[in-house]
Design a protein around this ligand. Structure first.
Ligand SMILES: C[S@@+](CC[C@H](N)C(=O)[O-])C[C@H]1O[C@@H](n2cnc3c(N)ncnc32)[C@H](O)[C@@H]1O
Length: 214
């Protein structure tokens, strides 16, 4: 196992990619991510709120940099590359490249016994699941959790997908105590979202001068 070169309860702000690159391999037990969903919208905290100034972009355009990343991924991770090629539109590809290079880094950081929970909605969840199969191994997929937001659990008719979000759970090795980790995760997410509504602005502008996930 890697020795953490970061302190317990450390909070970093900014793009997680360079931050993760500075962290030792196999040093993390649990990763939970609630990334952009490719919602075709940009978000900014209201002026005057505690989070004012925080913003993030969730609109995507395929750039030359994305194509460079794709070429690198094609050589190093062909199965992952094929999963990104399935994208229905160039903008989807851009989003998936952004996610792929970060998920590769997360795989490097996870201990062999570690677990990763990826929270997403049905816009991209099917692509992300296939990408995670390629990165973490389909045999390491543990489960998919569907949750309903408070007040939206019992629709009078039909099934409104916008009230359901899906964290997919993968584990690098060993057996998962899914029940316990899922409920503590929910509590963590609930507490976290209640108290941390602000986050730094982050971009996908980092050049691929490295071997993703190596
Ligand atoms: C779907 S929101 C989730 C927000 C949070 N979980 C909540 O409920 O308030 C996605 C978050 O990811 C952050 N984000 C986007 N790209 C990022 C990156 N490269 N590194 C770190 N955070 C990023 C955004 O700033 C945004 O806060």
């Amino acid at each position: 196992m890697g020795v953490p070169n970061w302190g317990d309860k450390t909070v970093w702000t900014g793009d997680n990619l360079p931050i993760m690159r500075g962290m030792n391999s196999a040093s993390v037990d649990l990763i939970y991510l609630d990334p952009p969903f490719n919602s075709h919208a940009n978000y900014a905290a209201p002026i005057g709120s505690k989070a004012a100034g925080a913003a993030f972009k969730d609109t995507w355009t395929l750039t030359d940099l994305d194509v460079e990343w794709l070429n690198l991924i094609e050589g190093k991770h062909p199965q992952l590359w094929r999963s990104i090629q399935a994208a229905a539109a160039p903008s989807y590809k851009s989003y998936l490249v952004y996610m792929a290079i970060r998920l590769l880094e997360m795989r490097r950081l996870l201990k062999p016994t570690g677990s990763i929970y990826l929270h997403c909605d049905p816009t991209m969840s099917h692509y992300l699941k296939v990408m995670m199969d390629a990165i973490f191994g389909h045999q390491n997929f543990r489960n998919e959790i569907i949750w309903a937001y408070a007040g939206g659990g019992d629709p009078p008719q039909g099934f409104p997908p916008e009230t359901r979000h899906n964290p997919a759970v993968f584990q690098r090795g060993g057996s998962a105590d899914l029940q316990r980790s899922a409920s503590s995760l929910w509590t963590t997410q609930h507490n976290w979202t209640s108290s941390h509504r602000s986050r730094g602005h982050a971009q996908n502008g980092i050049s691929p001068g490295w071997n993703p996930g190596q």
